[in-house]
Design a binder for this molecule. Structure first.
Ligand SMILES: *Cc1c(COP(=O)(O)O)cnc(C)c1O
Ligand SMILES: [Zn+2]
Length: 411
């Protein structure tokens, strides 16, 4: 753990641990600060390897020691070497896919919720809540059910039906707000002052964000204690993207892994690309947009961590791109046909950007490139409807043979 407290990302003012999320001096965002100087790398590595089979194995780097019997422990999702996908992309780089759809509620949000809720309980909250684009609501509702907490999940009312159903099933208070995510988020920042609740991504945001570092830790472990050369990851609020970088950096600084911070490539949809646009125009801050894209889980028009995502992409020699809804659908298909992994629209965004980078020749032979697949395809089935095809036949041989004519029976 070795947590010092909270610290302003802008002016560095330090605060005691509490449900605070912005600086009283400059209104900058707060984050958790650690003192790892007392840690011995070899000992930490042993502790990790002897730890639980999920994110709590990284407790040395989290603001909470976690619950050893956690019934919904996320993490240690597969990192698969995707040679067929690399071939389809025409790249000689080593392409890996980190399949975070393999978490308890099928998205990477289980990681951030596990950390935020553990902290919320420690701080004495008995009701948890969130402003969500869908996956976060699923993760909060499920964890509240598992831990016997009250929950309120606020989402745009026009979300994918699968994501609404996959929240309500857990017996949460599902609140569909007539407005987009930015309107939902604004409402939640007002509710923080009127309700005694832990909003995981508002007043508990500094702790929530820490959960994403575990994706970096797992990547290093699963590559045999090596850093990737490049990562391709989606950007909604920009939290995941920035904290991936922070995770790699903490392990480099402690000497758990050798080498440099990977080159970071960010992925957004054209229909909601405030971070990619600011990056392309050379700006440090994002101009808010009104989202219109099938990638609803990334549809955040005013991203809280956008400036930090831009800074990290620049510092690592990377970039941030955006892709059309058509490319997103093709990305979903390409990943499915190249790896057997079915991702939601956010993963389609990531693979479409991966494809663009490969086509532009940005990857060198032998480089390790990791693409982060953050959610499950069954939650956004409508996105694949356009490409759907089926051979419909009668239940007899003639009908089959007329559909699949002239197939030789092999000896
Ligand atoms: C929330 C979400 C993201 C984006 O995460 P941020 O930390 O807000 O940038 C990416 N992919 C999926 C599937 C998500 O649900
Ligand atoms: Zn400050």
């Amino acid at each position: 753990m070795s947590v010092e407290g909270l610290k302003c990302k802008e002016c560095g003012t330090k605060y005691e641990e509490s449900a605070a999320y912005f600086c009283e001096n400059c209104f900058g965002p707060l984050e958790v600060s650690y003192d790892h100087s007392g840690l011995d790398a070899a000992e930490v590595k042993r502790r990790i390897q002897a730890g639980s089979h999920g994110i709590w194995r990284y407790s040395d780097f989290l603001p909470i020691s976690g619950n050893p019997g956690d019934p919904l422990e996320p993490g240690l999702t597969p990192l698969v070497r995707a040679d067929r996908l690399a071939e389809l992309l025409g790249t000689e780089a080593e392409v890996y896919v980190k399949n975070d759809a393999a978490n308890p509620t099928h998205s990477f949000k289980d990681r951030v919720v596990a950390v935020a809720v553990a902290k919320a309980k420690e701080l004495g909250f008995d009701t948890i809540a969130c402003a969500s684009t869908g996956n976060l609501a699923n993760a909060v509702a499920a964890r509240a059910a598992a831990e016997g907490l009250e929950s309120y999940v606020l989402v745009p009312a026009d979300l994918e039906e699968q994501k609404l159903l996959a929240s309500d099933v857990y017996g949460t208070n599902l609140v569909g707000v007539r407005g987009n995510y930015d309107a939902v988020n604004r409402l939640c920042t007002e509710l923080v002052d009127t309700q005694p609740w832990a909003f995981v991504n508002v007043n508990l945001r500094p702790y929530y964000a820490e959960g994403s570092k575990t994706l970096a830790f797992e990547t290093v472990e699963q590559l045999g204690w090596e850093l990737p050369d490049r990562v391709v990851a989606p950007i909604g609020s920009g939290s995941l993207f920035t904290k991936l970088g922070r995770g790699f950096q903490e392990w480099i600084d402690l000497g758990l892994v050798e080498g440099d911070q990977p080159t970071f490539h960010g992925a957004q949809a054209d229909g909601c690309s405030p971070v990619a646009t600011a990056f392309a125009e050379g700006h440090d801050v994002c101009k808010p947009q009104r989202p219109d894209t099938i990638a609803k889980s990334l549809a955040i028009g005013d991203p809280a961590d956008g400036p930090y995502a831009i800074e990290h992409a620049r510092q690592t020699g990377g970039n941030i791109s955006s892709v059309s809804d058509e490319e997103i659908r093709e990305g979903i298909k390409l990943l499915a046909e190249g790896t057997g992994i079915f991702t939601e629209t956010a993963g389609g965004v990531t693979i479409a950007v991966l494809r663009r980078l490969a086509e532009r020749g940005e990857f060198k032979a032998g480089e390790k490139v990791v693409a982060y697949i953050t959610g499950e395809g069954l939650k956004t089935l409508d996105a694949t409807r356009d490409t759907f095809s089926m051979h419909e036949i009668d239940p007899n041989l003639e009908s089959f043979d007329s559909e699949f004519a002239a197939q030789e029976v092999s000896a």
